[in-house]
Design a protein around this ligand. Structure first.
Ligand SMILES: [Zn+2]
Length: 256
C-alpha cells in the first residue's frame, strides 16, 4: 500500500529582515515543536498564534546576529516564570552558542540564570558543520553558509520522510547549493530585491536558485524586505516553480 502523506505545518512567526520593514523578524515553527530562530519578536507572535512554548522541543539558531537569537532571554524568562517548564528543551546552533546565550541572559535579566539552571532542563548542542545528528526523533545536519565573518549555519532536517532545508542568512555559495539540492521543502532568505550585499541573497539569486531546483519543490522566502504588489507578483509568477514569499503569521501545510 502506498505510504500515506504526513502533513507538515510551517507557521511563520515573522518574515522580515533585520530592518523590521513592516514585518517581524524572520522565525518559523514546524508542527508546533521545532522552532527556527529565536528573534526579539518570536515570543509575542507565539502567544498571538496560540502556540504553547512548552510544546517546543528544539530551537535552531543559525547565527548570532540580534534578529536571529536575541529572543532567547525572553523565552527563558517565560519558561521559568510563566510556563514553569519541566519538559526538556534543546537549543542547537553554532559553536559558542551556550556561552553567548548565557551572556545575553545575564545582560537582559541579571541574576535570573542561576534559577533557570535549577528548574529548567535546557541543553545546548553546538554542532559541527557536515556531521549528521539524530536525537529525540529528528535527524539533521548543518552546513556552513557564507555570511561574512560571523559563523552561520544552514540546516537540513530529515523529518516525516521529507527533507526540510533552511539556509539562515547567506550569500550564494556551494554549501547553499548542497543544502538545497535534495530538499522537499526549502526556506530561504531574500534580504533585498536588488541590493548586492555579498552575504545575503537578492531576487536575482533567488530566481537562479528557483530555476535550478525541481519546479514542484516549494521554496518559501523569509528574511524579506518590504514587498509591494508588483514585486510579490514578479516572485510568485516566475516561470520556474513554486515560490512563496512568506508573510507574518502565515501558515503553510504540505502533504508531500
Ligand atoms: Zn545575519
Amino acid at each position: 500500500m502506498p505510504k500515506k502523506p504526513t502533513p507538515i505545518e510551517l507557521l511563520f512567526l515573522g518574515s522580515g529582515n533585520a530592518f523590521a520593514p513592516g514585518r517581524a523578524y524572520g522565525s518559523f515553527l514546524v508542527d508546533g515543536r521545532i522552532l527556527f530562530e529565536a528573534t526579539p519578536t518570536t515570543l509575542p507572535f507565539l502567544r498571538e498564534m496560540g502556540k504553547p512554548l512548552e510544546e517546543i522541543q528544539f530551537i535552531f539558531i543559525s547565527h548570532f546576529h540580534g534578529d536571529h537569537f536575541f529572543g532567547l532571554p525572553f523565552i527563558f524568562l517565560d519558561h521559568y516564570f510563566i510556563v514553569k517548564r519541566e519538559k526538556p528543551l534543546m537549543i542547537i546552533g553554532p559553536k559558542g552558542l551556550k556561552k553567548l546565550t548565557h551572556t545575553l541572559i545575564d545582560l537582559a535579566f541579571p541574576d535570573t540564570r542561576k534559577r533557570y539552571a535549577r528548574n529548567f532542563p535546557v541543553e545546548f548542542l553546538e554542532v559541527s558543520p557536515g556531521k549528521e545528528y539524530t536525537l529525540r526523533g529528528i535527524t539533521f545536519k548543518a552546513l556552513k553558509m557564507s555570511h561574512g565573518k560571523i559563523p552561520s549555519l544552514g540546516f537540513s532536517l530529515a523529518y516525516k520522510h521529507k527533507r526540510l532545508a533552511y539556509c539562515g542568512d547567506t550569500g550564494p555559495c556551494p554549501a547553499l547549493t548542497e543544502l538545497l539540492h535534495d530538499a522537499n521543502i526549502a526556506v530561504i532568505e531574500m534580504t533585498s530585491i536588488d541590493d548586492h550585499y555579498p552575504y545575503h541573497l537578492n531576487q536575482k539569486n533567488i530566481l537562479e536558485i528557483r530555476r535550478q531546483l525541481p519546479s514542484k519543490t516549494p521554496l518559501i522566502l523569509t528574511h524579506l524586505p518590504d514587498l509591494n504588489r508588483r514585486q510579490t507578483k514578479a516572485l510568485t509568477q516566475n516561470p520556474y516553480g513554486v515560490l512563496l514569499p512568506a508573510r507574518d503569521k502565515q501558515r503553510y501545510q504540505f502533504d508531500l
